[in-house]
Write a protein that binds this ligand. Structure first.
Ligand code: ADP
Ligand code: MG
Length: 687
């Protein structure tokens, strides 16, 4: 019974007209239950007065006092300024936008009640654009902390508060079932936990809530993590029910390719290859993640895996995040495979018209063994004769959904095996959440002979001397990447910045050969420039972040990154990983624009100190949070409603064991939990 009431559509609520209803829908909120599980982002404390003398920087507060002065400061932009006194100190109010009536309203001598976020300016506290009520000496304080909800544009906080107030009445009358059992004795019920988070009482410990440590949050976060694990487990179970090609290769092709290499596989590469091969031998599809730091040689492992599938007579698709990288993989695979009579094809969005038609036909006819391309490769009409294996390079660039659609490509009820390679080592806790539906192999060793990369931080002001240094190094036969600023995710602006820099360098260093690579260069041209750089026909390659992933030119030993403070750690690590691949000592120059923010400073010094991708990934998670670290919003991780990482790392092991227990012993209950938490989560992920 009670559950049915929580399934009531929100249309019946007071205050829900067609407009509010459609906003709610776009947020994935359709039923009372959806609303109850839509938790505040943060809270405002309007339950008590704070004296001006006690105001702390950045902590929202309600203040009541007397207006002592009020007036408009004239200047280029008039500002309304007032001073408020409550006997403990003087508070400045500042309004950059205001109406005339507002200026008249702030009368000296009147009582004013304010709510705002103090900044300490020149020793005294200041509110910019506070909420306020003038005149009323008894202006009411709130009884509970005021929740602030995540909303889409056009949806007001007061509407959300009104709706959740109504939903909480239903909750009290029909408390939802406690689906987790065996919780510690002092755990609050799910109903109490939900109520608490929507309306924390006045004395609630805000510091505990902010830290994610309140028992109500822990109770809900645990259940949410359990729900997430259940969904990964059931996805995994669905995969296990599918059929895949069981590969009975002898390994002749892989061995022949290995023999042709100028080096031997590292022990880690060999171990990982055999883990993967064991999966290929099975008749259920492999879903495996290949982790390994930048430069650890993942491509070769992918090639060895492909060799087994091709030897068994089936096709392989290799998908890369950028055209540049797909082209590089193509030339590598061509070099390894074509001498063995294996047909490798490069397919990109640029292959059009008749050429495309012919290419598609040869794939469908099975004349091609290995198809390499960007993910565009999988978006349209590519039909394989017998696709046995999908290799996805630099996984973290793709979302879960894309990962799924790939496994659905097989014909005749056969699902291809899938190996995905990550660009960035993923902290263990995070991979438990994001990739628990995958098996994992790790290359924990770099090929021998790599020299460490020396990293230095340099103020932009010393750009001139950097140019000279780079010029000298290149005169002596070294090759350099010069990566330009990342500007607001605009490819066009990035390209401009790179053009300007390339022109400057060409002026300053007329004897050097300088190439330019950015998003607007055609793929044909990109390939040519990259080839020229790889063959030593260019000294400096000026580029945007198009070279971030995968690009491999062992002779390049200098990496200059401009405005390094704008990049995340993982990205800097990837970029730096372009050098240090050959036998010469490599240098990475991180140029920054001062003054640096605290976070940026922290980030850059971590880069100087560590070259270990796993260490950097842990730091990145600490500094920036999971959504950014995974480089995608689609993983579901950043749309958790209560759970926070890394704050709730300690709940993960429990969540995992509770989930696997439930899935095997009480499917019905497992489904209920999954439903409760994931149904609208999916909708919300699109916001
Ligand atoms: P990533 O793991 O970053 O994708 P790559 O596959 O691009 O790394 O390999 C980096 C470089 O190391 C390439 O030039 C590759 O040829 C080389 N390499 C791979 N395996 C070995 C090995 N076992 N010994 C020496 N060099 C290797
Ligand atoms: Mg790679």
């Amino acid at each position: 019974m009670s559950n049915n009431i929580l399934q009531l559509p929100l249309r019946q609520f007071k205050g829900v007209g067609p407009k509010v209803f459609s906003k709610l829908e776009s947020m994935g909120l359709k039923t009372v239950e959806d609303l109850l599980f839509h938790f505040p982002l943060r809270y405002q404390d309007k339950t008590r007065l704070t004296s001006i003398g006690e105001l702390q920087e950045g902590i929202d507060a309600v203040v009541r006092g007397t207006i002592r002065a009020s007036g408009i400061a004239k200047g280029r932009r008039p500002t309304l300024i007032a001073k408020v006194d409550d006997g403990t100190g003087l508070l400045t109010l500042r309004f950059f936008h205001f109406r005339r009536a507002q200026a008249l309203q702030l009368k000296v001598g009147d009582t004013i009640t304010l709510f705002g976020q103090p900044r300490l300016v020149g020793g005294g506290p200041e509110f910019a654009h506070p909420e306020y009520i003038v005149g009323d000496r008894e202006a009411q304080l709130e009884e509970a902390l005021t929740p602030v909800y995540p909303v889409t544009e056009g949806m007001g906080q007061s509407t959300m508060r009104n709706l959740t107030r109504q939903a909480l009445i239903y909750l009290t009358q029909n408390p939802p079932e406690d689906l987790l059992t065996d919780l510690p004795g002092n755990s609050p019920s799910i109903a109490d936990s939900i109520k608490f988070l929507h309306r924390p009482p006045p004395k609630a410990n805000i510091a505990a809530i902010v830290a994610g440590e309140h028992p109500a949050q822990l109770r809900l976060a645990l259940e949410e993590l359990v729900a997430h694990q259940i969904s990964l487990l059931s996805r995994r179970a669905r995969t296990q029910q599918k059929k895949a090609i069981s590969v009975a290769s002898q390994g002749k092709l892989a061995a022949a390719i290995g023999d042709g290499l100028p080096f031997k596989l590292t022990a880690a590469q060999t171990r990982v290859c055999s883990e993967i091969l064991a999966d290929l031998r099975k008749s259920t599809p492999m879903l495996r993640l290949l982790q390994g730091d930048v430069g650890s040689g993942k491509t070769l492992v992918a090639a060895m895996t492909a060799a087994h599938m091709v030897e068994a007579g089936h096709q392989v698709a290799l998908m890369a995040p950028t055209e540049l990288l797909s082209e590089q993989h193509f030339s590598g695979f061509q070099k390894w495979f074509e001498p063995m009579g294996v047909k490798v094809l490069w397919l990109t969005g640029q292959v059009k018209g008749k050429a495309r038609k012919t290419a598609l036909e040869s794939i469908e006819a099975g004349e091609v063994d290995i198809v390499i391309g960007t993910h565009a490769l999988f978006q349209d009409t590519v039909v394989f004769k017998s696709l046995g294996l999908v290799l996805v390079d630099e996984q973290h660039r793709f979302g879960v959904n894309q990962r799924l659609s790939l496994t659905q490509r097989g014909l005749n009820e056969v699902t291809p095996h899938q190996l995905t390679m990550t660009a960035t080592p993923i902290p263990r806790t995070l991979s438990m959440v994001a990739y628990a539906d995958l098996d994992c192999s790790t290359i924990d060793e770099l090929p021998p002979g790599r020299k460490p990369i020396t990293t230095v931080l340099i103020d932009n002001e010393r750009r001139q001397s950097v140019i000279e240094r780079v010029g000298n190094a290149c005169q002596q036969g070294r090759q350099a990447y010069w990566v330009c600023a990342l500007i607001e995710e605009s490819e066009a602006l990035d390209a401009n910045a790179a053009e300007v820099t390339a022109a400057q360098l060409t002026d300053a260093l007329p004897n050097l050969r300088i190439g330019l690579l950015h998003g607007r260069v055609s793929s044909q041209e990109k390939a040519e420039i990259m080839a020229a750089f790889a063959h030593g026909n260019l000294d400096i390659l000026v580029a945007t972040t198009v070279i971030e992933v995968g690009v491999d030119v062992p002779n390049a030993s200098l990496m200059i990154i401009e405005n390094a403070e704008r990049f995340g750690l993982a990205q800097l690590h990837q970029l730096r990983g372009r050098v240090g691949r050959g036998a010469v000592e490599s240098h990475c120059l991180l140029m920054y624009q001062s003054p640096l923010s605290q976070t940026a400073r922290e980030r850059l010094s971590v880069m100087r100190e560590s070259q270990d991708g796993f260490v950097l990934a842990e730091k990145d998670l600490e500094i920036r949070g999971p959504g950014e670290v995974l480089g995608t919003r689609q993983t579901g991780v950043s749309s958790f409603r209560v759970a926070q990482l890394p704050e709730h790392d300690h709940l993960l092991e429990d969540a995992q064991s509770i989930a696997s227990n439930l899935v095997s012993t009480d499917t019905a209950r497992a489904e209920k939990i999954e439903q409760r938490w994931t149904r609208s989560l999916e909708a919300f992920a699109h916001v």
